[in-house]
Ligand binder design. Structure first.
Ligand SMILES: C[S@@+](CC[C@H](N)C(=O)[O-])C[C@H]1O[C@@H](n2cnc3c(N)ncnc32)[C@H](O)[C@@H]1O
Ligand code: SF4
Ligand code: SF4
Ligand code: SF4
Length: 305
């Protein structure tokens, strides 16, 4: 049987996360739980169904239609019994306000490539390609390996975004043929890793450093990316420690990603809560100061990636 990957989104005309016009393929499942994550729907491995209360008009169409009788309401708030739901998608299709969403679909590499190739004309013109992201894409390293091989046979370049916290075997399987590796350095401080891996971060920093070292020994093109998260790592000392790592591993570029709150409605709809509500991204001037720390070390820095 053909291998499938668990995909939760394919986004066209993506202009970040690699050169040119890109199609981003989002793979579901992540073993980290960054409280600020812009894609919290990526974290669980299995399918999920959500209702955005702010969009729901409580028309009850979905409740009346569900073949599994999985939908019910409590005081005009629509809820889904996920043990009864078989993710048929009927309620999502007919919801007049797009308040219902299913996250997660099993797709073959051929199915993903078919969608990707709909925009073939733009990649060549813009120097773009495909970005594989998530969730943590390298948890599905075999699928990523096959997807990259299929992209290469269509002459498409591939960037992969990763947190870098997987075994070396998975890392290499997924990244050996990637053109660009966007490696997130969320922290260099072992004391802080519990914030992003509350269930046990073991040797987060050791695993990350070891993977970077091996990628560089194999001459892979690595770009460090630092999401700048208020109250967690928005300091000069954090950026300086990333600069020191870049020098140590001969990495030439560190991008800075300003904190945003695009994921906040999804956190709520998934019942995860959102602890970043009152956090504000750095002022432009402060971001520029962090950028200049990197540039003064003769490294390239793009804000926004
Ligand atoms: C959602 S992650 C998926 C890839 C991989 N799991 C990782 O963390 O690198 C993609 C990128 O979004 C960034 N990101 C996530 N939430 C963010 C937020 N609230 N503000 C800015 N960047 C964010 C991550 O740091 C990462 O560079
Ligand atoms: S169909 Fe959509 S708007 Fe109507 S009750 Fe269901 S979720 Fe709400
Ligand atoms: S996806 Fe299908 S089974 Fe699940 S709640 Fe919607 S209509 Fe019911
Ligand atoms: S590692 Fe990436 S996908 Fe996973 S929780 Fe953190 S930002 Fe989200």
């Amino acid at each position: 049987m053909e291998r499938t990957g668990k995909v939760f989104n394919i986004e066209k005309f993506h202009i970040h996360d690699g050169e040119g016009i890109r199609t981003a393929v989002f793979l579901k499942g992540c073993h980290l739980q960054c409280p600020w994550c812009s894609n919290p729907e990526s974290q669980k491995t299995g399918n999920e169904i959500v209702v955005f209360d702010n969009l729901c008009t409580a028309c009850l169409r979905c409740e009346n239609l569900c073949p599994q009788k999985a939908i019910y309401h409590i005081e005009n708030r629509i809820r889904t019994n996920t043990t009864l739901c078989n993710f048929c998608g009927k309620c999502v299709e007919m919801c007049p306000t797009s308040a219902r969403q299913i996250y997660g679909e099993d797709m073959t590499v051929a199915e993903v490539i078919r969608e990707v190739m709909e925009d073939e004309i733009y990649y060549a013109r813009s120097g773009g390609g495909v970005t594989v992201t998530g969730g943590e894409p390298l948890l599905q390293a075999e699928f990523v390996q096959e997807l990259i091989a299929a992209c290469r046979s269509e002459y498409l370049s591939v960037a992969v975004e990763t947190c870098g916290i997987v075994s070396w075997d998975k890392m290499w399987m997924g990244l050996e043929n990637a053109d660009e590796i966007l490696l997130d350095i969320k922290t260099t401080d072992p004391q802080k890793t519990v914030v992003i891996m509350p269930n046990g971060s073991d040797d987060y920093i050791g695993v990350l450093r070891n993977n970077i070292r091996k990628l560089r020994q194999k001459d892979k093109n690595v770009i460090f990316r630092c999401p700048i998260i208020p109250g967690f790592n928005d300091t000069k000392s954090h950026v300086m420690s990333v600069v020191i790592w870049a020098k140590e591993f001969d990495v030439q570029r560190i991008d800075l990603l300003p904190f945003h709150q695009f994921g906040r409605h999804k956190h709520r709809a998934l019942g995860l809560g959102y602890v970043m509500e009152d956090k504000k991204q750095l002022q432009n001037e402060d971001m520029e100061n962090l950028k200049s720390l990197i540039e003064r070390a003769d490294l390239t820095c793009i804000v926004g990636g």
